[in-house]
Design a protein around this ligand. Structure first.
Ligand code: NDP
Length: 276
């Protein structure tokens, strides 16, 4: 029931129609009896949209493509790991006794990916091969370093891969050298395998046996071909919805101070995905 005391949350980006976050957060508010609502807001002009959020008393907002980097210049404060990653996906507006609310930016994608991986393998002290060098790879990579993992990185476009690897301080592995690589886990951070190109693979399937744990951050389809090929070779697998769920849980905790209802969020995500 929306009323005069309803707390405002949402997501800004362009597009936002595809976002699963409204289903996840609204289900969590309902489960915990929180009088809050989470709204998708397509925002073309970030600066104007951001002023509006602050003026209207929003408490927490997710930020998605294309605003994750540009929003940094509008913040009052930024979390140190989000600064290293160079992207913010979470805003927290804090009311002040006087004056306008302060806005602090965070990145919860790295928390989500570490927690998802930890379902099968604690990152600390283990070696992880990251495939990809885009925005998601940055969050996953810096997150793994925060957690004390060793990383290796490979990417289709070598120049982009080498650049990110040097920022992460990790070795770059050219595609031709992948057959020589073994690691405790592999994480696909590319969009390869996402519908409609869901038969594509980011790595040759015969190499998957070299990685006891295989995680995909693509979640549509949920059982990507990569995860199917990995499971067929005896690897333990982690689907892309886990990262989405755990990054959302970290947002929920920042915004409400409460532990997120994990099963409620996962079921809401599955129902939303299944309904599409
Ligand atoms: P970017 O566009 O920033 O990066 C895309 C990456 O995918 C690059 O490394 C690119 O390689 C690679 N790539 C794209 N097409 C191909 C191809 N045909 N063959 C080989 N490599 C390819 O995207 P993001 O990093 O923002 O997102 C990547 C994926 O992660 C998306 O599917 C997104 O939905 C998903 N994601 C999931 C999240 C979750 O919570 N589960 C969170 C964030 C993202 P190159 O440099 O060679 O172009």
């Amino acid at each position: 029931m929306i009323n005069g005391r309803t707390q405002l949350f949402g997501i800004i980006g362009n597009p936002v129609e595809h976002s699963l976050s409204p289903a996840m957060h609204n289900a969590a508010f309902a489960a915990l009896g929180i009088n809050g609502v989470y709204i998708p807001m397509r925002s073309i002009d970030l600066r104007e949209g951001f002023s509006g959020l602050r003026a209207l008393g929003f408490i927490g907002v997710s930020v998605t493509v294309p605003h994750k980097v540009a929003v940094i210049s509008l913040l009052d404060e930024i979390d140190p790991v989000a600064r290293k990653i160079g992207a913010v996906n979470t805003l927290l507006f804090q009311k002040q006794p006087e004056g306008r609310p302060l806005c602090k930016g965070f990145n919860t994608d790295w928390l989500g990916s570490n927690q998802a991986l930890a379902e099968e393998l604690e990152p600390k002290g283990h070696t992880v091969l990251i495939i990809g060098a885009g925005g998601a790879a940055r969050a996953v990579g810096f997150g793994l370093i925060e957690a004390g993992a060793r990383i290796l990185l490979t990417n289709r476009t070598e120049s982009k891969g080498r650049e990110l690897a040097s920022q992460l301080g990790c070795p770059f592995i050219p595609t031709a050298d992948l057959p020589t690589i073994q690691a405790d886990a592999l994480i696909n951070t590319t969009s390869v395998g996402m519908a409609p190109l869901d038969q594509a693979l980011p790595i040759s399937p015969e190499l998957l046996a070299n990685f006891p744990v295989v995680m995909d951050i693509v979640y549509a389809p949920l059982a990507t071909r990569l995860l199917q090929e990995a499971a067929a070779r005896g690897c333990r697998t982690i689907d892309g919805l886990k990262m989405l769920q755990y990054q959302g849980a970290a947002q929920f905790k920042l915004w409400t101070g409460k532990d997120a209802p994990g099963a409620v969020m996962r079921n809401a995500l599955l129902a939303e995905l299944g309904g599409r």
